[in-house]
Design a protein around this ligand. Sequence first.
Ligand code: EPU
Length: 418
Amino acid sequence: MDKLIIHGGRRLNGEIPISGAKNAALPILCTGLLTADDVVLTNVPHLKDVQTMLDLLRQMGVSIKQEGDRMILNGRNVNQFDAPYELVKTMRAAILVLCPLVARFGEARVSLPGGCAIGSRPVEQHIKGLRAMGAEVEIKGGYIYARAKRLKGTRIVTDMITVTGTENLLMAAVLAEGETIIKNAAREPEVTDLAHLLVKMGAKIEGIGTDQLVIHGVESLHGAAHHVIPDRIETGTFLCAVAATGGDVLLTNTCDNILDVALHKIREMGAVLTCCGDSIRIQMDKRPKGVSFRTTEYPGFPTDMQAQFMAVNCLAAETTHVVETIFENRFMHVQELNRLGAKIRTEGNTAFVTGVDKLVGAPVMATDLRASASLVIAGLAAQGETHVNRIYHLDRGYDQMEVKLAAVGADIRRVSKE
Ligand code: EPU
């Protein structure tokens, strides 16, 4: 298992190119199941989760040609409608094949994802929506068995805002008969990116970017080309790294207008930001000011950036509080940050962070993707040596994070352990 060794205390200076968004790429790859034509994608990030999704699609019969960040998917010969437990247990986003399979082939057998480190994360809204569209769905032996001759448009109101739930149901509705209305839809930019590709493929969708999607189902979809949006969470993670260490870094290939809240909070921390649409320059030359926040659905403060901002708050002079409203167990980084000298206490879904003058390096263990990123940020700012263990979590969602950080002056290296 690999680990990262970081010698903290270096300012970061230079340029970091941002990769395509993981959480946009994963549903977008599933559009390869929705048509017999080529779907041509660019800006696909190099991530473990992307490879896992490609393995799953290949098993189903999707042909995939890959060259750098460009990919051509063809679903003409799909003949397996199965997502096995062995695969789904390693990546919950595999649930995103459920609706495309039922919509185009009339059947699917997909393992129920279990709980995960950050919460129980059930998928009953995906199932409820599919049933409302006329599918017969049975849960047996840990698997979802779904069947439908042709899905039928209907009104769907999800009990809560769900990102992959909205994406899955959207991919069902585009091929359903008649009109589907998805109320309480997630408005995350990744959902919007998927919708834009579906429209290019011939889908009829109104209300893109709002909480009510109206879809007029079509008989079939055709091929299209699409450039995946930049990863706003990767962008925010590097902004936090510079806010913690100080420095002057230009983030390129990104997009400032899908990051409003995070940019606002980074400015509140004392950084100077210069945004030019697809690039963001951050200059930071003082101790970060602590910022309190509460995670909510887009366009609110993203839960996927909670841990990274908390790492910066640890170094502030102020006491701040962080409220996590999306997942019930997303404070796994707290104990690890405390091992580096942070002073954080949690009470229910609130973390109270009392800033300290310095963090001191120590061995720490990553527990999930964004928790791992927060430990890297803390390690970069800490005095001495930090070892971040179990970084396979990082590789699931960050494209060569340590290489990008080393290029801007961080003392960080990956070592392989037996
Ligand atoms: N929920 C239910 N039932 C459902 C669906 C969701 O109770 O049927 C609950 C969840 O348990 C959670 C809340 O609703 O408490 C929101 O979950 P959501 O469905 O929106 O999360 P997700 O679609 O499983 C995506 C991202 C996550 C990100 C969340 C929230 C992908 C592949 N994953 O997950 O990304 O945290 O939305 O924004 O898009 C990450 O990248 O580190 C990550 C965890």
